[in-house]
Design a protein around this ligand. Structure first.
Ligand SMILES: NC(=O)c1ccc[n+]([C@@H]2O[C@H](COP(=O)([O-])OP(=O)(O)OC[C@H]3O[C@@H](n4cnc5c(N)ncnc54)[C@H](O)[C@@H]3O)[C@@H](O)[C@H]2O)c1
Length: 332
């Protein structure tokens, strides 16, 4: 998504990724592919990879809690160690702007009583969130006159990207509503979640890359629309409106959820020049609902490795395509 917007803005884009999910989802359109693609693990990046680069948008990593629990040490190695490695390579290559895809999940167990701004204490409750919090701290220590890290504390994403994910709350509920005619919320529905459309994340990243140094140097920004905090039961209710024949059930089986937080998005709305979120959740639900209907998605597909990141990694390991370190085994 960021690639498409960056190319539209006239930038030359180099992608760097292991390609764990390259075969997932439908075929990717050419407009969303980088001009140059480097297939590389962030744990192996060198300054040579980043020569002649003006800004790094660092999004690569294990991207949710379940993947973090798969192997917490690996999550640290990739999300913290890999981030530091890319940042060191960027510094050595003379790249001055480093936009890091952090996460609102680092506010963790905040409760949800008050909307948190960027000065709130970090209380991560998962290996994934810890890795994001520690990466921010490490990058802050690297900031200097020639190197400006910027932390995008993204809300949970929704929307249909080039390689859609159905392991995120909005799309997941939509997938079940469409394929099984059932919208199941296992918690009591009260936890708060800040949400953001993936296109708004991409737009914010480009604004953070282009912003004057003084506005963003070493700064964290919560990324989302002004009023983008929802309780899970409200998200489910909105999905139910898009699928009127689906049955909505809030089971309460898992009770509350320690991951409950509301976030204040004002700083990015005023401090990231040019950033104006374009999406509402209602529009995003309609977009994803139209997408699953157009694809005629079967439950076997929607709940498979094609759209669930953890399942794809497990499949690649079971098939011997990746080892326990998530590296391709060396050719014999
Ligand atoms: N999606 C969200 O709700 C959300 C919210 C907050 C933050 N973020 C962050 O934004 C970033 C992108 O999220 P996404 O939803 O696009 O996730 P994604 O899983 O779709 O994409 C992550 C990419 O990172 C690559 N990758 C993973 N490990 C790598 C490694 N060791 N070396 C090189 N590449 C590697 C994968 O191949 C994949 O292409 C992640 O860092 C994620 O933590 C996402």
């Amino acid at each position: 998504m960021a690639t498409r917007l960056a190319k539209l803005a006239g930038h030359h884009v180099t992608g760097l990724d292991t390609g764990y999910f390259k075969d997932c989802g439908p075929a990717v359109k050419a407009e969303t592919l980088p001009d140059v693609q480097i297939v590389r693990d962030v744990r192996d990046v060198t300054p040579h990879d980043l020569e002649d680069v003006d800004a790094v948008l660092h999004f690569a990593g294990l991207s949710n809690d379940p993947m973090g629990e798969l192997n917490p040490i690996l999550t640290q190695e990739i999300n913290l160690g890999g981030t530091v490695r890319v940042a060191q390579a960027a510094k050595a290559a003379g790249v001055s702007r480093f936009v890091f895809a952090s996460s609102c999940s680092l506010y963790g167990a905040a409760g949800g009583e008050a909307a948190l701004n960027e000065t709130a204490p970090l209380q991560p409750v998962s290996a994934y969130a810890v890795s994001k919090a520690e990466a921010e701290i490490a990058l802050t220590e690297m900031a200097d006159a020639d190197f400006s890290p910027v932390f995008m504390r993204n809300a949970t994403a929704y929307g249909v990207g080039p390689r859609p994910r159905f392991d995120l709350v909005v799309n997941n509920l939509i997938g079940w509503a469409y394929t099984a005619g059932r919208i199941m919320v296992m918690s009591d529905g009260t936890p708060w979640r800040p949400l953001v459309h993936i296109e708004d994340i991409a737009h914010a990243a480009l604004c953070a890359a282009a912003a004057p140094r003084d506005s963003v140097h070493g700064q964290a920004f919560n990324i989302g629309a002004a009023d983008a905090n929802y309780q899970v039961r409200d998200i489910a209710g909105m999905v139910a409106q898009a699928f009127p024949h689906a049955e909505l059930e809030i089971t309460g089986q898992t009770g509350g959820d320690p991951r409950s937080y509301r976030v204040n998005f004002d700083k990015a709305l005023t401090g990231l020049p040019g950033f104006t979120p374009q999406w509402t959740l209602e529009r995003g639900v309609a977009e994803s609902a139209a997408w699953v209907r157009a694809k005629g998605l079967a439950d076997a597909a929607f709940d498979s490795r094609l759209f669930i990141r953890l399942k794809q990694l497990k499949h690649a390991m079971d098939a011997g395509l990746l080892d326990g370190e998530l590296r391709a085994p060396a050719a014999a």
